[in-house]
Design a protein around this ligand. Sequence first.
Ligand SMILES: Nc1ncnc2c1ncn2[C@@H]1O[C@H](COP(=O)(O)OP(=O)(O)OP(=O)(O)O)[C@@H](O)[C@H]1O
Ligand SMILES: [Mg+2]
Length: 285
Amino acid sequence: MNDNNVLTVAGLRKKYKDKAAVNGVSFAFSTGEFVGLLGPNGAGKTTTIKMLTGLIRPSAGTIHYYGSDFRQQSQTSKALIGVVPQQNNLDRDLTAYENLYLHAILYGIPNGVRTQRIDELLDFSGLADYRNRQVKQFSGGTMRRLVILRALLHEPKILFLDEPTVGLDPQIRRVIWDFIVKINRVKNTTILLTTHYIEEAERLCKRVLVINDGSIITDGDPETLKDGIGRFVLEIHKDDSIEEEFFDTRDEALAALHNSTYTCKVRGVTLEDVFLRLTGRRINV
Ligand SMILES: Nc1ncnc2c1ncn2[C@@H]1O[C@H](COP(=O)(O)OP(=O)(O)OP(=O)(O)O)[C@@H](O)[C@H]1O
Ligand SMILES: [Mg+2]
């Protein structure tokens, strides 16, 4: 095993009754990677994150952080992990500072450095003005930033974010994206985020694991994955369906457009097309 990998996962599986929510996934991340776990509702993203962060026990498989078995070294490994869950779980009656302070105690951050660490991170995330305000007065985007900030307090090596921008409007989504990119660049924190937003995976992630029905069906950087199916799509608008044909060049796609009797459109491929090609269905329906 390569101990330089922050995380190495082999044959990870979670079975609920007769159904495998996660069906034997394997991958490894090196330090500083920015990875997306992209898949539709119910694909197994949250279940994967919950196993990787110790919230649920795998049915099979192994998880190693820097070469140490997560089951045997769970306390040391948990110190390396930051978690941003799918649902915000802040105490709404407390202020931002109080929420952060509680977390600092829980994670054993020494008394003498707690306040300093909190204030540094409030500055880093642009939330200093919210320090002494009650969380229930915050917008959804500000709450999300606070949850992310909280996950950084104990200086994790790897940050797991489960659907970090779900339900946020596009402008706020960009603010969150910038924040996550900053964490990755400035602190060199390894990032694994789950998403079903194509744009989020394409714009942010240097590497994407595509998950469907509990299995990882492809793994690579978005551009290479798109190259694999052809860079241009001809959308053929039929009476009750839209069909897609893939081409390596725009000229080939345009030639096919001119020969078609249907209404057609030529556009660049997206990761949605990659998913469609591999599974026969769309990520977002
Ligand atoms: N506690 C549970 N008991 C039984 N089945 C479960 C449980 N948790 C998840 N599942 C099932 O496992 C599958 C994967 O669920 P999971 O929440 O991991 O998907 P997801 O990719 O995170 O989906 P979403 O995009 O909706 O958040 C789904 O079919 C789900 O219904
Ligand atoms: Mg989920």
